[in-house]
Design a protein around this ligand. Structure first.
Ligand SMILES: Cc1ncc(COP(=O)(O)O)c(C=O)c1O
Length: 455
């Protein structure tokens, strides 16, 4: 085993710029639309976002400089290590080489601080003292709570009720970093009160929690909204993952044949694959056969079973309409354990690239993802977050295909987070209490009947 297990970079090799995939897309991104069906003027979004982040949201510049203060905060955990999964390869008996980028080492335990830190920084720079947000699994909420502390910005989090109940220690973590946390639906917003009036047992969804946070931000001048995924500027910030991974692979003379990443709102997927997509766009022969695979749960299959249409980003219809793969904004996914993947839509950038067949998607069942996570933990030691298990599942499936064919492919996946706060889910898996849930086509179709009419 002479080849290295960890491929490391120095702090000075933290990227100086984020990569903006919009510069290399075959077609410009479809604009967000207002209720009148017209593109939303940027001034309207200023009610909830600072101008500097809106500029990034709309930008078509290929490279956007990372401010010194953000790179300084990134140094707390970046560059993240790239691992060669020697032990997993041996366990599988595959001729494929498996690499993973370990984003679990951030203070919050996932990739989410890569964007939480710049979002807190740019809001502070714009004179904002408070941020409202939603969280599913609790990873994003804790990341923003941490980032708020870095720059002295207060944070209020609406946490999807099913996760709030399943993960009390995620809540304590947010409180440790000084954030206020409410179970969503809550009774402190109109959107929450309406949802509870309809169904007092409502378990919440990301879409509903977004409605609550947006309502808070829109109704207070000192408060802005921060989103942990989906939007262009979020995916932009996450490209530090792929930019570092490229440098690390180049150090050992490698280039991937396939990249896998779990896909909820699309931020870590975009973060790891976009810098490689840049090589494809530039006609780099290395990237000619490169395949980029988004992995989603069968119970919330927005790319693989949704439609490409304009829809609201939240459950209530407060957000602009975004063109994306969606299951319908009132889609209520079952309470699966990968809370961060329970989102009805997907990033407009990822959706457009999927629609244009530049990337691929697969949906995997819940039990098989835990099986892959346990296999990974037993080989490599790290216990992955349930969301991360999705990428691992698809990567192991490909490694096993390579075993059949004898192909020596180079595979890379994004280990987006550790599962230390998800042990109750592992417990349920071990005790046989978890089920698979293939979202029925008829339920998707029912929800899609409520898509907003555009044009
Ligand atoms: C560990 C982890 N991985 C993946 C995701 C999926 O989100 P995204 O698609 O935005 O990367 C989440 C979301 O909460 C997460 O917590």
């Amino acid at each position: 085993m002479s080849e290295p297990t960890k491929i490391l970079l120095e702090e000075h090799e933290i990227p100086t710029h984020w990569y903006n995939v919009v510069a290399d897309m075959p077609n410009p991104p479809a604009p967000p639309l207002g209720p009148d069906g017209q593109p939303v003027p940027p001034e309207k979004m200023l009610a909830i976002f600072p101008g500097n982040l809106l500029e990034q949201e709309m930008s078509a510049e290929r490279w956007i400089a990372i401010p010194g203060e953000v790179r300084e905060a990134y140094r707390l955990w970046r560059p993240s290590p790239l691992y060669r999964a020697h032990r997993l390869e041996q366990m599988l008996g595959t001729p494929a080489k498996i690499y993973y980028k370990n984003e679990a080492i951030s203070p919050a335990g996932s990739h989410k601080p890569n964007t939480a830190v710049p979002q807190a920084f740019f809001n502070k720079q714009a004179g904002i003292s408070r941020l409202a947000t939603e969280t599913g699994a609790g990873q994003w909420g804790s990341s923003l709570a941490f980032a708020g502390q870095m720059f002295g910005v207060a944070v209020r989090v609406f946490m999807v009720k099913v996760s709030y109940d399943q993960k009390p220690f995620r809540r304590s973590m947010m409180q440790t970093w000084g954030a206020e946390v409410f179970a969503s639906p809550s009774d402190i917003t109109q959107a929450g009160r309406d949802a509870l009036a309809k169904d007092p047992e409502n378990q919440g969804s990301l879409g509903l929690a977004i409605s609550e946070a947006v309502e808070e931000a829109a109704s207070r001048a000192d408060t802005n909204y921060a989103l942990g995924s989906v939007l262009n500027h979020v995916l932009l910030h996450q490209t530090v993952i792929g930019l570092e991974a490229k440098q690390q692979l180049a150090k050992i003379g490698e280039y991937p044949d396939m990249i896998f990443a779990p896909c909820g709102g699309g931020s870590n997927f975009g973060g790891i694959v976009f810098p490689f997509l840049a090589d494809k766009a530039a006609g780099d022969p290395k990237a000619k056969n490169l395949r980029l695979v988004a992995v989603e749960p069968m119970s919330c299959p927005s790319l693989t079973k949704g439609v490409y249409a304009y829809d609201f980003g939240d459950a209530t219809g407060y957000t602009p309409l975004m063109k994306m793969y969606t299951l319908g904004h009132d889609f209520m996914p079952p309470g699966i354990h990968a809370g961060g993947l329970r989102y009805h839509g997907d990033s407009p950038l990822v959706s457009q690239l999927y629609h244009e067949k530049l990337i691929e998607a697969v949906a995997v069942p819940q039990l098989a993802t835990f099986e892959a996570g346990v296999q990974f933990a037993r080989a490599e030691g790290i216990i992955p977050a349930p969301e991360s298990c999705h990428g691992i599942r698809a990567c192991i499936d490909e490694a096993m295909r390579c075993k059949q064919t004898g192909e020596k492919k180079t595979l890379l996946f994004n280990l987006t987070g550790h599962g230390h706060f998800d042990m109750a889910s592992y417990d349920r898996y071990f005790s046989g209490a978890l089920d698979d849930y293939d979202y029925p086509r008829e339920a998707v179709e029912r929800s899609l009947q409520h898509l907003p009419k555009v044009g």
